[in-house]
Design a protein around this ligand. Structure first.
Ligand code: RNT
Ligand code: ZN
Length: 414
C-alpha cells in the first residue's frame, strides 16, 4: 500500500466514503470490450461484402489485426493492462472458419476458436448480428427492405445469430447479450415512414419469435438518430425501439453517439429504466456526429457513471463500449477507453452519495453545488493507482511504455 493511497483513504473517510468498498464494487463491474476496435470494423469473412451502414473507421495506423488469431493476441495484451475480469463483444462477421458461409448460413461451429479462447481465459462473450458490410445491405435497408426476399435473408441471419448466442450461453452456463442494430434508413425525405417502420417491426417479431432461455441470452435493440447515407430518417429511431423494447420486454441499447449532440444520454438512463428492465450501453464519444472517438474521462462519461451508480442501475445495465479509431494504436485505444470507463465508475463510487442526495432532498442547492465542486479536489487518482497496482496493472509512464512496446511489435504487420 502506498503512502499516497493511505492519505487518500483518510481523505475519503473524512467524507464518510470507504475506498476499499469502492474498489471492491469496481472490481465486480465487467465491461464488454468491442472486438471491432481491433481491425477497424472489417471482420474476417472470407466471403465478404462491402462497407456501408454509416459506420466508417478513418485512418491507416499500422498494426491492424488481419485475422482472428492476431485480434485475439491483441485482446490478450489489452486485457492484461485493464484491471478486473471483462467480456468480449463479438460481431457475427468476425467468424473464425475456413468455410465461407453467407450470413444466412452461419452456425455456432464457425465461432469455435472464439468460444475456446474465451473459455480458456474466463472471458464472457456477447454477440451481435452483422446487418451491414454486405451486398444485401448496400441500399442501407435490411429488415425493413421492401423486398420480402431481402428481409427474409436478414431475418434468417438474425435468427441464426440468436441461436449462436444462445448456444454460447449454454456452453458457458451464463447469459450473453445479443444486440440488434440495423442501418436501415433513408438518405432523402421519405414519403412512407410508416410502411418502413411496420416492416422493421414485423421482421423483428419474426426474428425474435424463436424462444431461447433468457438465462442464456438477452436480446437488446439499438436505436440511432442518423448515419452517413441515411440522413433524413432512421427506421429504428429511439422512439421506435423504446416502444419495441417495452412491448417485448427486452433490453434497450443506448449508444452515446446516437442522439443529437446536445442531448445527455446519462439523463435518459433513469427515464427509460422506469419502463425498461434491462439496459445495454454503447459507451462512445461522438464529435459533431456519431464519429465513435475513443472515450475520454470527460463530463459525459463521468455523468453516465454517476447515473449508473446513483440511480442503482448497475445490476441491470450491461456496459459495452463502441468506438473505433484507426489513426492510433488500436490496442492503446481499447486500453485507454476501458480504463476511462472504469475511472469514471470509480469516481462515482467514491462520492458521498447519501450526503449529496440529502442536500437535494432539502432543496439546499447551495450545499449541493458547494459539495459537488469541493469533492472534485479529492485524491481519486491515488485510489485508481492502488486499484491498478493490486491487479498488477501499470499506470502512468509504465503504462505508456507497455502500450508503445506492443504497438512497435504489431506495426510490422503488412
Ligand atoms: C452503429 C452502431 C453499432 C455498431 C456496431 C459495430 O452505429 O453503433 O452498435 O457500431 O454494431
Ligand atoms: Zn453502437
Amino acid at each position: 500500500m502506498t503512502k499516497a493511497y493511505d492519505l487518500a483513504r483518510e481523505a475519503f473517510a473524512e467524507w464518510g466514503v470507504n475506498t476499499e468498498a469502492a474498489m471492491t464494487a469496481l472490481s465486480k463491474i465487467a465491461i464488454s470490450v468491442h472486438c471491432w476496435q481491433g481491425d477497424d470494423v472489417g471482420g474476417f469473412e472470407r466471403k465478404s461484402g462491402s462497407s456501408g451502414g454509416g459506420i466508417q473507421a478513418t485512418g491507416n495506423h499500422p498494426g491492424r489485426a488481419r485475422n482472428p488469431a492476431e485480434l485475439r493476441a491483441d485482446l490478450d495484451f489489452a486485457y492484461g493492462l485493464i484491471p478486473g475480469k471483462h467480456r468480449l463483444n463479438l460481431h457475427a462477421f468476425y467468424m473464425d472458419t475456413e468455410e465461407t458461409p453467407d450470413r444466412d448460413q452461419i452456425e455456432l461451429r464457425h465461432f469455435t476458436p472464439w468460444v475456446d479462447w474465451a473459455k480458456d481465459r474466463g472471458i464472457g462473450l456477447d454477440f451481435n448480428p452483422t446487418f451491414f458490410a454486405h451486398a444485401k445491405a448496400d441500399d442501407n435497408l435490411t429488415l425493413s427492405h421492401p423486398d420480402q426476399g431481402i428481409r427474409d435473408f436478414w431475418i434468417e441471419h438474425g435468427a441464426r445469430c440468436r441461436e449462436i448466442a444462445a448456444g454460447i450461453g449454454t456452453a458457458f452456463g451464463s447469459q450473453r447479450v445479443i444486440n440488434h442494430w440495423v442501418p436501415d434508413g433513408s438518405k432523402d425525405i421519405p414519403v412512407d415512414r410508416m410502411a418502413a417502420r411496420e416492416r422493421l417491426w414485423a421482421s423483428l417479431d419474426a426474428m425474435l419469435a424463436p424462444g431461447h432461455d433468457r438465462k442464456h441470452m438477452l436480446d437488446a435493440v439499438e436505436s440511432k438518430l442518423f448515419g452517413i447515407g441515411v440522413e433524413a430518417m432512421t427506421v429504428g429511431s429511439h422512439e421506435f425501439y423504446l416502444g419495441y423494447a417495452i412491448r417485448k420486454q427486452i433490453a434497450l441499447c443506448l449508444d452515446m453517439g446516437h442522439f443529437h449532440p446536445t442531448e445527455s444520454v446519462a439523463d435518459k438512463l433513469s427515464a427509460v429504466a422506469l419502463s425498461v428492465q434491462d439496459l445495454l450501453l454503447h459507451v462512445s464519444r461522438p464529435m459533431r456526429w456519431d464519429s465513435d472517438h475513443v472515450i475520454l474521462l470527460n463530463d459525459d462519461i463521468l455523468a453516465m457513471a454517476q447515473e449508473l451508480v446513483f440511480a442503482g442501475l448497475l445490476p441491470r445495465t450491461r456496459i459495452g463500449l463502441d468506438y473505433f479509431d484507426a489513426t492510433i494504436s488500436r490496442t492503446a485505444a481499447w486500453v485507454i477507453g476501458v480504463r476511462n470507463m472504469q475511472k469514471a465508475l470509480l469516481r462515482a463510487l467514491l462520492l458521498p452519495q447519501a450526503r449529496l442526495k440529502a442536500t437535494e432532498g432539502r432543496l439546499d442547492y447551495t450545499a449541493r453545488l458547494a459539495l459537488t465542486e469541493e469533492l472534485k479536489d479529492l485524491p481519486f487518482a491515488a485510489v485508481w493507482a492502488e486499484h491498478c497496482a493490486r491487479a498488477d496493472c501499470p499506470t502512468g509512464a509504465a503504462l505508456i511504455l507497455g502500450l508503445e512496446r506492443y504497438q512497435a511489435k504489431v506495426a510490422t504487420r503488412g
